[in-house]
Design a protein around this ligand. Structure first.
Ligand SMILES: [Zn+2]
Ligand SMILES: [Zn+2]
Length: 425
């Protein structure tokens, strides 16, 4: 009880001190103002006859916030300063405690990729300040949403240099990889009903037909995908169907690609693929799908690489982890189909010397991508990888239970976005 009383008394005294202090300050200001004005006036008068005037001294009003001039790191304290809001002069300085989490890592290694099905991944690296190993979350940034309208023309993903994709690997056969390595292009697309707004289907005019394609910069496409059914001059006759490209016309059916062997033609459909069908029976293609294209190049037996016809190309297309399409240029070779991953040359002594083709690959392009009048088509895509190797980065195996989910593709515009695939265990 005594303690409480003493505390109250102390508070009252403090409050009184503040109040009187405030009053004193006010008086002082008034006094100072008067004095200053008086002095200034006096000095001005003096200056007329004697020396230059001195500047009136700033009363220094500190800013509300301290400013960090040197941030703290995991190893060194930082510094923050308080400045005068009137004249900018530094009034006070104080240290900031060492921040044990403020590491500096120059080179990160992704240990768990963040993607649509795993939105929180992680990365690790060594701090250059304290030499400790640092582990940090990485968050998936969400899908890219591209809107197309009646005047859209062409939209392409960023170009990727094969030499960057290849790294230390080679597409051509080596002692370590006698089959060579393959080019892998993979991405997720939200196949949705707005895709059907693309113009051109069944209109008898080829010039408007939209198509999706992956291609080499100076060469030719290595896959076609139809966004809408009824494409003119195309056998890919339903939304989301793959079509063969040029002389990639020899169908391969093997243990990897089972019935139906292709998605070219009107008969096969998404509903034919148990791993692909969605919940909407009328439109089983709707939903997020994982597309993968593997491109392999070989030198035909007994050939030296002097001619494009010496090479054979094989394209395999995957939807949601299922190989649905495998086409080859066959024994006729590449003809004029210049999608080269490597070049081969005779060494003049019966051997072959291989070199890398320094080309550029574009994972996908939406071509002729205009829509029907007053409609918008939204293409949402994510997790695009272009790699050189023997497998996909995001290996997809089977269908997940579709989730009731929507994606806002524009302000106030939502489309269903169930997930129909999942990563392999
Ligand atoms: Zn000041
Ligand atoms: Zn550190």
């Amino acid at each position: 009880m005594k303690k409480t009383l003493a505390l109250i008394l102390a508070l009252v005294m403090v409050a009184f001190a503040f109040a009187s202090c405030g009053k004193k300050n006010a008086d002082a200001t008034t006094a100072a103002g008067t004095t200053a004005a008086g002095t200034a006036a006096a000095q001005t008068t003096a200056a007329e006859t004697t020396a230059a005037p001195t500047q009136p001294t700033c009363q220094h009003v500190p800013e509300d916030m301290w400013r960090v001039t040197t941030p703290a790191t995991c190893s060194t304290p930082g510094v923050e300063k308080l400045y005068c809001k009137e004249c900018g002069e530094e009034l006070q300085e104080r240290p900031i405690e060492i921040d044990p989490n403020a590491h500096k890592v120059d080179e990160w290694t992704v240990t768990e990729a963040a993607n649509m099905l795993n939105p929180t991944g992680s990365r690790t690296g060594v701090c250059t300040l304290c030499q400790n190993n640092v582990v940090e979350d990485i968050l998936w940034e969400g899908p890219t949403i591209k809107a197309f309208d009646s005047i859209s023309e062409r939209y392409g993903m960023a170009e990727v240099k094969l030499e960057d994709v290849r790294g230390d690997d080679h597409f051509y056969p080596t002692e370590v990889n006698p089959e060579g390595k393959d080019l892998y292009v993979e991405f997720s697309i939200l196949w949705n009903e707005t895709v059907l707004n693309f113009a051109g289907a069944n209109d008898g005019d080829t010039k408007d037909d939209p198509y999706m394609v992956g291609r080499f910069y100076d060469g030719k496409p290595f896959y076609y995908l139809s966004p809408v059914p009824g494409m003119d001059y195309s056998d890919a006759n339903f939304s989301g169907a793959f079509e063969w490209t040029g002389n990639f016309a020899t169908t391969i059916s093997d243990s990897e690609v089972t019935t139906p062997a292709t998605m070219c033609g009107a008969a096969p459909n998404y509903s034919d693929y148990p791993n692909i069908a969605g919940t909407d029976e009328a439109n089983p293609e709707y939903g997020w799908h994982r597309f993968g294209i593997r491109y392999h190049l070989d030198l035909l037996d007994g050939k030296t690489g002097a001619d494009l016809k010496d090479y054979v190309g094989i394209v395999t297309a995957f939807v949601d982890g299922t190989a649905i399409f495998k086409m080859s240029t066959g024994s006729d070779g590449m003809q004029n189909w210049e999608s080269m991953l490597f070049k081969a040359e005779s060494d003049g002594e019966g051997g072959i010397v291989y070199s890398d083709a320094g080309d550029i690959v574009v994972p996908f392009i939406m071509n002729k991508s205009n829509t029907k009048a007053d409609t918008v088509a939204y293409l949402a895509f994510a997790d695009v990888y272009v790699t050189c190797g023997t497998d996909f980065v995001m290996k997809v195996e089977k269908v997940a239970s579709p989730e009731a989910d929507t994606l806002e593709v524009a302000e106030g515009v939502e489309i269903p976005a169930p997930v129909y695939f999942k990563l392999a265990d």
